[in-house]
Design a protein around this ligand. Structure first.
Ligand SMILES: [Zn+2]
Ligand SMILES: [Zn+2]
Length: 365
């Protein structure tokens, strides 16, 4: 068969013509409006109903960084969806935007649980309450935490008082109900439990979902807690911020997944050294001090080993979150675990634990 000869000039003209036609079409209003409608209908579709089916517990990472700037990562935030409940643990800066961007149904949030009151864990509390209200939540967002959480709730309610007033004035009946936060303190701030370092309490129980708060070691930050969530025979444990803690090991025992913070010494040491060399003494001091109240990736793995070997998901990656394989390799130096048993998680990662089974799978939201 004789192939027709390719004529480069004609082909070039045809491509140019097509490109020009497409450009002209994209500049016409009907085509623009049609495309915009398609984009919007995708953005507003809350196609997340499958996340709420009761045959699994799901963990979604809505923030995986520590305080220093980390492009593409929000600060501390973990979502657990189980038994139809939508629970959020910590709301660090930018985490509310992640949750909104993923089109998760924010009015369904049943509770926000704080591990402690450092800014990288509470920066978006106000935004999370505002967005869930603006999108249709008809009662204030319950804010769970150890004693002191009342003050945090009051503070955000005060800071957002004008915002609520202005939105109610503008939108009327649509926003008449709900808004703001209601504190649900559960104690754990007394001097005796500080000394013993063994306090724990069931702080939420509904439709087969049980949340247990337990004291961790983030001294001089006190109170500071971690959480264990049990549902359908599966369990996940969130460490919050902590140094080595026997109480954490006790409550992580036989959990399926340990969601651990970690500050890598391989990053902290050079960050402290170079900031001092460059005359940034205050940053150097902070870099020195943070060592005392966090665990390293190596310690997180050791805690997992002692707790019966759950899958280890490392979040709150600090002092800076690694951004490529080279940095991840340095961050995880010394961690001796099989590759399937440990994961340095990113915003948008999701762990799925089927109930009544032993399977765990990892996906993206
Ligand atoms: Zn902290
Ligand atoms: Zn923190």
């Amino acid at each position: 068969m004789i192939m027709p000869r390719l004529r480069p000039k004609r082909l070039l003209f045809a491509l140019l013509f097509l490109g020009l036609a497409l450009f002209v079409a994209l500049k016409t209003h009907p085509v623009q409006d049609w495309l915009l409608n398609r984009i919007m209908s995708r953005q507003f579709a809350q196609n997340q109903a499958a996340l709420f089916d009761k045959s699994a517990m799901r963990v979604i990472f809505c923030g995986t960084a520590a305080p220093p700037p980390s492009p593409g990562k929000a600060k501390a935030c973990t979502i657990v969806i189980a038994g139809g409940k939508f629970l959020v643990f910590d709301a660090g800066p930018k985490s509310a935007e992640n949750i909104a961007r993923w089109r998760l149904p924010m009015p369904k949030i049943d509770g926000l649980f704080l591990t402690h009151f450092h800014s990288d864990h509470i920066g978006d509390v106000g935004e999370l309450a505002m967005l869930s209200w603006a999108q249709g939540k008809k009662e204030p967002l319950p804010l769970y935490g150890p004693d002191g959480v009342n003050k945090v709730a009051e503070g955000f309610n005060l800071a957002y008082a004008y915002d609520q007033e202005h939105r109610r004035t503008h939108h009327g009946a649509a926003l008449a109900q709900g808004g703001g936060l209601v504190a649900r303190p559960f104690g754990m701030a007394d001097a005796e439990s500080r000394k013993r370092h063994d306090a724990s309490a069931v702080v939420y129980e509904s439709d087969g979902v049980k949340v247990t708060a337990f004291q961790v070691m983030h001294e001089p930050v006190y109170p500071a807690v971690g959480y264990r969530v049990d549902y359908g025979g599966r369990s996940v444990v969130i460490t919050g911020d902590t140094a080595w803690s026997d109480n954490l090991i006790k409550h992580a025992n036989k959990a399926d997944v340990l969601i651990a913070e970690a500050q890598a010494e391989t990053f902290r040491r050079p960050m402290a050294k170079t900031s001092a060399e460059q005359g940034q003494q205050q940053i150097a001091t902070l870099m020195r001090d943070i060592r005392s109240y966090h665990i390293t990736p190596v310690q997180a793995a050791q805690i997992a080993d002692r707790a019966g070997n759950p899958i280890l998901a490392i979040t709150h990656q600090g002092p800076a979150a690694p951004t490529n394989w080279f940095m991840r390799d340095i961050f995880m130096r010394g961690v001796k675990r099989k590759s399937g048993d440990v994961k340095l998680v990113d915003d948008g990662d999701m762990i799925i634990l089927a109930t009544g089974a032993k399977t765990i799978s990892i996906d993206k939201i």
